[in-house]
Write a protein of this length. Structure first.
Length: 86
């Protein structure tokens, strides 16, 4: 088993990036999907089966991070709106 992590940020998306994958049918600025599966294909199929707008063809085109589920790893951290202190 592996943990598959996709993150796609379109905050600064422009017309020059029209060929860039769009991983979900909904309008979004930041999309994150984390799936536990035996293979990349299985992970994509699981997301598609959720019927929540995930686009398999674009998920396959976008690189994802893969973490073995049997090893210790930091899978995801995020700071939003952080203010740099002096």
């Amino acid at each position: 088993m592996n943990v598959y992590v996709w993150r796609h940020n379109k905050t600064y998306h422009s017309h020059s990036m029209i060929e860039e994958p769009c991983v979900n049918s909904e309008f979004y600025l930041d999309a994150i999907a984390i799936v536990l599966a035996d293979s990349l294909e299985q992970a994509v199929e699981k997301l598609a089966a959720e019927k929540k707008g995930w686009r398999p063809e674009d998920l396959k085109a976008l690189p994802c991070k893969v973490y073995p589920a049997d090893k210790t790893a930091v899978v995801f951290t995020e700071l939003r709106g952080a203010i740099q202190h002096l």
